[in-house]
Design a protein around this ligand. Sequence first.
Ligand code: ARG
Length: 261
Amino acid sequence: MKTLALSSLLACLLAGTAMADTLRVGTSADFPPWESVNEAGDVIGFDRDVIDEVCKRIEAECNVANQAFDGLLPALQVGKFDMVISGMSITEERAEQVDFSNAYAEPPYRFAVAAGSDLAKTEKREDLEAALEGKVIGVQTGSTHEAVVRAHLPKSEPRLYERNEQIADDLNAGRIDAGLLEQSVWEQLMEAREGQLSLTGPLLSSADYAEFGNGTAIAMRKGSDDLKKRVDEAVASMLADGKIAELSNKWFGYDLSYKAK
Ligand code: ARG
């Protein structure tokens, strides 16, 4: 009797979950045009559109919440979120803590400096690395950019920021010498600060610095195997049918879709 009641309860629960999940999604909305907060207080951007489409394809209801980047994976691990989408790159270190979906995007990276800085017209990576010795480089706390500066620019001083806009502001104010970010984010931050910042050095990728990781993906708690399977399928279908390319063109003006290697 007892067993029967329990097993039918379990069946209902399982059916219920499959029908209408409500999933909580975390993001750090300081990273335009990937994610930012509009005047109405909503999280908008490329990742917002990507996760909305993923949720549609897995038939789930998703609520997106904004919180500081370095707190995203801890919050995912303790169950505050079910997924994290935040321009987050797949790295070995993170993959020990959480599971990643298939990568959906792969952006290039770039250093930026104040316009008119001596570093502004450096072309080669090696020259820029040498010129950055003894200089202060702004990076977001817990980002792959922080890892790159620590590993490859040991003679520079990383300065840690909670929010990426603060890096652009401090560059403008002359409080730091350089910053490291996705080129797509600089482009957006620079638009609002016309003529104040300048990109420098070459486009960078994980071929230059492995710490950048391998593509951008959605993070999930370890053990959420059913969710991961559904999200992986959704991402694969969105890459295959051009949805990711369409959203990328909408937000960046070019295609950052992940290309299988
Ligand atoms: N791709 C970098 C990383 O994974 C930076 C991501 C920052 N994202 C954000 N929403 N602030 O560490």
